[in-house]
Design a protein around this ligand. Sequence first.
Ligand code: ARG
Length: 255
Amino acid sequence: MKAMKKVLCLVLAVMMLLTLAACSGNTTEDQLIMATNANFPPYEYMEGEEYAGIDIDLAEKIAEKLGKELVIENVEFGSIVTGVQSGKYDVGIAGMTVTDERKEQVNFSDSYATGVQVVIVKEGSAITDLDALGGADVMIGVQQDTTGHIYASDTVENGGYGEDHVTPFLNGADAVNALVAGSVDAVIIDQEPAKSFVAANEGLKILEAEWAVEDYAIAINKDDTQLLADINKALSELKADGTIDAIIAEYIKAE
Ligand code: ARG
């Protein structure tokens, strides 16, 4: 009888545990929590209520390979790296450039795309080349905390234009609106978003010269070396079988 009771207790205990597990639903173990800033077409943007873009599709494929459910958090660009660092998010996927400063805070996966920083100006602008950006009364718009912001606001000796010549906006679209409105003279931003903003607004153009060439990669918490290895494996498979090329081709039409 005593033994029966023990077994019963054990069965009950196991059942309770199982119920608990079921109640917490998808534990974080089953999820891949991705932080992004969905105002950056064609990498990530909103299509009505839905997330769309290269990074979103890529993340779906990676989550699938990892056997996890993708959960997307749309946050300010500047809080992605710190959120990944603190463990709030598993990964940051946001057309994010690999930089030495960010590498101090997070790990980066292998690169999955090249990014180019370009300059948008109004058609007929006096700014016709990169040198003109250094003009005494030129004001440059950027998205806050992006490489465009970081590099442009650096000192002239370091290749920037000085903080006084840079106005940060919460997202790229706001910077472009300021350009259209005439409150800034140029916008430095990644090439593909630049193309899409120029296409969406009358009277803008992209300067021919490239301002900087960069690598995009996925930011991962430094302690999560297993996740880094798993993601790099997934990326190399997705590269090898043409999935990544196909995703990019879907959003970026060759000229
Ligand atoms: N490539 C730039 C950077 O890493 C800009 C990325 C902005 N991405 C975004 N989803 N808003 O700083």
